[in-house]
Design a protein around this ligand. Structure first.
Ligand SMILES: Cc1ncc(COP(=O)(O)O)c(C=O)c1O
Length: 359
């Protein structure tokens, strides 16, 4: 059983009911006499699970099953960093990448290998005055945003408009935690290991018209347009990771859906940020208040030694997974859907106590 709270940035804490259902599936999947590990991808039981995962995630996002697809891929979000330009980047029309986090840079540099891109800078320490993309001089293949900065704790809150070309969002760390209308991407993608279960899977979601533009030279297994036309996977997919995603989707629906996840996210984040603001001399954040991430709360302390002893003290209290990303240091508390309100309260209380003792 779980002995501590886990606030890791991904892989993240998975709700216990999901783990329990997966344990049952490991022993026997749906009275088939076989473990989920032994279910093949042409087995009607798997096809039903895949269909339920796809329709379930579209329903949660309030996207029509008639017009949209959710495609599941073996491999994480970094794979999509390359598949996005392979599918969408056209000669003579650069793509624009909004640079808000370490992951935006990773996505932009992966795309650069396939053609021209433009980096659009963004000062995360200031409130954004409006939609971040200015009118572009010539044609643009697509515009790319990282809706939530897992590393620096910046979340795009404003509506983003992308006239004339699709808006593509890396939603790896906030898919299913917020309703879509505020950013309205045409295509979104995410690695599964934060709010959609476990590693080994990514999902690409979009309107079939937007996904259907890949050139025929794009290899079959990476070609969004071809994949959109198929319901049965050609190659063996990661059945177990898809089963976990299907159970996460079911759990999210049973818990009240994305609106409820957003409500909880707001409350969880509010609790932690209120302690940060009450002890601004101890916990230092640089992100503009309006763009503070509700998923990854990131801060620095006086020096690295203080951060290390904070993290050690937290671990002693059973509050784990809070070391900042290797590229940024500091402390990071991730409050994904699998982290309960009570757990968020526990870390906020600990932070409050720790800061009071430092004084
Ligand atoms: C926003 C974002 N994009 C992309 C990635 C990379 O994901 P993966 O490890 O699944 O390739 C991460 C991983 O943490 C992320 O947070």
């Amino acid at each position: 059983m779980r002995t501590h709270h886990f606030f890791g940035a991904g892989p993240s804490q998975v709700p216990l009911p999901v783990i329990e259902r997966i344990r049952e599936h490991l022993l026997e999947y749906e009275s088939s006499g076989r473990s989920i590990l032994e279910i093949g991808h042409r087995n009607p039981l798997f096809l039903k699970m895949l269909e339920q995962a796809e329709s379930g995630i579209l329903d949660l996002l309030e996207l029509s099953r008639d017009t949209h697809r959710a495609l599941f891929f073996a491999g994480g979000a970094r794979q999509q960093f390359q598949l996005i330009p392979i599918n969408f980047l056209c000669a003579g029309a650069p793509a624009e990448y909004l640079m808000t986090d370490y992951w935006s840079e990773q996505a932009a540099s992966a795309a650069e290998a396939f053609g021209a891109i433009r980096r659009i800078t963004c000062d995360i320490t200031r409130e954004q005055p409006g939609s971040p993309f200015a009118d572009s001089a010539g044609p643009v293949s697509y515009r790319h945003i990282t809706s939530n900065g897992t590393v620096n704790g910046y979340q795009l809150i404003l509506p983003v408009v992308s006239p004339g070309c699709p808006l593509i969002a890396d939603m790896s760390s906030d898919l299913l935690t917020r309703r879509l209308p505020d950013i309205r991407p045409d295509v979104m993608y995410a690695g599964a290991q934060k709010n959609l279960g476990c590693a080994g899977l990514s999902v690409v979601i979009g309107h079939q018209d937007a996904l259907g533009h890949a050139a025929s030279r794009v290899p079959f297994h990476w070609n969004y347009a071809i994949l959109c036309d198929r319901r049965v996977p050609d190659a063996t997919p990661p059945v177990l990771s898809i089963a976990v995603a299907a159970e996460m989707i079911r759990w999210t629906r049973e818990e009240g859906g994305v609106g409820e996840m957003e409500r909880r996210s707001r409350l969880k984040a509010q609790g932690v940020y209120s302690v940060i603001d009450a002890h601004a001399d101890v916990y230092r954040t640089t992100v503009a208040i309006q763009n503070r991430s509700r998923q990854n709360v990131v801060w620095h302390m006086r020096d690295a030694a203080t951060e290390a002893s904070f993290i050690e003290a937290a671990v002693r209290e059973g509050l784990t997974g809070i070391r900042g990303h290797a590229s940024a240091g500091g402390v990071r508390v991730s409050l994904y859907n699998g982290v309960s309100m009570a757990e968020a309260d526990d870390i906020a209380r600990f932070m409050d106590m720790y800061a009071s003792h430092l004084r």
